[in-house]
Design a protein around this ligand. Structure first.
Ligand SMILES: Nc1ncnc2c1ncn2[C@@H]1O[C@H](COP(=O)(O)OP(=O)(O)OP(=O)(O)O)[C@@H](O)[C@H]1O
Ligand SMILES: [Mg+2]
Length: 466
């Protein structure tokens, strides 16, 4: 495996002589070695810089090797750790391995053995790093990482997402169906320090209380008939990661009590078990219901609501951010056009109708419409008749010109007349600005400037969407 910069090792031992000998040896082998003379100094160094590998003594003063190991894993999930120990403490070394140490090495240290282990461990660390990068690249497909939109509310939302991703608080994501709640949750996860671990959406609406308990908490051996072997629940197996409790408003009320306990105590007990197991997951929740209403109706527990709702992110419905429709349309056109084909476009009239449509199913509905119309349209440009009838229906007669001008309806000013004329011309050439400018008798840039001026005054100009 190729790594351009040298591999960095943190060597920790309370005996200076070991630090010197081993440090010198590893240095000669081409590793970049930093040393720490006790556990807390090691943790300090780990918090300040990056290492590929830690080689640490197990038994040290106040802060021992296991604590160094835990800190190392917390600060750098990719890191590998080799534990050095005297024969007397082999048991503790085995325990350390259950915490995720890569290997232990019995003292007195044989340098050849150490070298073999170090190269094995660094190889593994580098591989992990590479896989993580690959995974990120796969996950970083635009449809998952990008929440598209430039409406002021959406820009605010994106700021909040970036900020909240770095914290570890519970977040409640609300919005109508198809507004992108899961996408927001996924984006938070991807931008968060937990992105090296799993993101797991769980649909709480689809499961009975028993089933959710079993899924989330797991069960101990023979907890119930047919349970068989012990099984870890998702709250345990997603350690380090993020869980999205989707459709939380539909979670059975009995389960809500259990979930509240988990959120308060950060511990679980497996079904049929007695032992409390600490969990380390970030919990996000999403709903399209009005939870306040559900609380009034007795379907949702107020105490759970307060716990989940440390921060609420609300995604406005698409009809309240019509200005994002053209942008989203282009995005979905790109998403569903084969990579090597010319990108297809939406005719001005068709886009008008889309902008005017209510979208009860929000972005998901728009996405489906675009996917479908691409399948129906043989040409480069999607026309009105390729869109579903409910969209034509939203304008009185799709064949007649119907510009989207949101301005007072009283007597038209000169300016409004001018705009209407410009839009009518543009419409007659399906938004082609060069052709429109020719018809009007001005150059393309002047036309663009005029439209821009109207846009800045709050008029909606369909052909300036992007
Ligand atoms: N702003 C956006 N930018 C890009 N894609 C979006 C956006 N909003 C939604 N989508 C896409 O729309 C589809 C629906 O989004 P998502 O599943 O996140 O919605 P939801 O709010 O969880 O819906 P439901 O309430 O039905 O569970 C997804 O394919 C998602 O990628
Ligand atoms: Mg969803």
């Amino acid at each position: 495996m190729v790594k351009e910069s040298p591999i960095r090792i943190l060597l920790v031992d309370d005996e200076i002589i070991n630090l010197e000998n081993i440090g010198h040896f590893l240095g000669q082998k081409g590793y970049e070695v930093s040393t720490a003379n006790d556990g807390s100094e090691a943790i300090d160094q780990l918090s300040q810089s990056n290492f590929d590998l830690v080689v640490t003594d197990l038994k040290m003063g106040a802060v021992d090797g296991v604590q160094v190991l835990k800190a190392a894993r917390e600060l750098h999930p990719q890191i590998e750790v080799i534990m050095m120990t005297g024969y007397a403490t082999v048991n503790s070394a085995v325990e350390a391995m259950s915490q995720g140490a890569f290997y232990y090495l019995a003292k007195p240290i044989k340098l050849k053995e150490l070298h073999a282990l170090v190269s094995q461990a660094t190889e593994k660390a580098l591989l992990r790093h590479e896989i993580t990068l690959l995974k990120q690249r796969i996950i970083a497909q635009p449809d998952v990482t990008q929440f598209i939109g430039h409406n002021p509310e959406i820009l605010k939302l994106k700021d909040s997402i970036a900020h909240l991703a770095q914290l570890d608080c519970n977040i409640l994501i609300t919005g109508e169906t198809g507004t992108g709640k899961e996408l927001v949750a996924r984006t938070i996860y991807e931008l968060s320090p937990r992105d090296k671990h799993r993101f797991l959406p769980i649909n709480c609406g689809a499961m009975s209380e028993e089933l959710i308990s079993n899924e989330l908490f797991g069960h101990d051996k023979d907890a119930f008939t047919g349970a068989g072997k012990m099984r870890q629940g998702l709250l345990e197996s997603t350690a380090g990661g993020v869980i999205l409790l989707d459709e939380i408003g539909e979670m059975p009320i009995g389960m809500q009590v259990k979930l509240l306990r988990v959120l308060q105590e950060r511990k679980i007990i497996r079904v049929g078990g007695t032992r409390e197991i600490p969990i380390d997951v970030r919990i996000l929740a999403a709903t399209n219901r009005d939870l306040q209403e559900e609380i009034k109706k007795g379907n949702f527990r107020q105490d759970l609501y307060y716990r989940l709702n440390v921060v609420t992110l609300h995604i406005p419905p698409l009809r309240e951010r019509q200005d994002d429709i053209p942008l989203l349309t282009n995005y979905f056109l790109a998403k569903y056009s084969p990579q090597d084909s010319i990108s297809r476009t939406m005719s001005g009239k068709a886009l008008d109708c889309l902008v005017d449509y209510e979208f009860p199913g929000n972005a998901r509905e728009l996405e489906n419409i675009i996917e479908r119309s691409l399948a129906l349209c043989p040409d480069d440009e999607i026309q009105l008749h390729h869109l579903p009838p409910e969209i034509h229906g939203s304008t009185a007669n799709p064949a007649t010109y119907n510009p989207v001008v949101h301005a007072p309806k009283s007597i038209k000013s000169l300016e409004e007349n001018e705009l209407e004329y410009l839009l009518a011309v543009l419409d007659s050439v399906d938004g082609n600005k060069t052709q429109a400018a020719k018809i009007i008798g001005i150059d393309r840039v002047s036309l663009w400037r005029k439209l821009k001026r109207f846009k800045s005054k709050g008029f909606t100009i369909p052909w300036m969407a992007d």
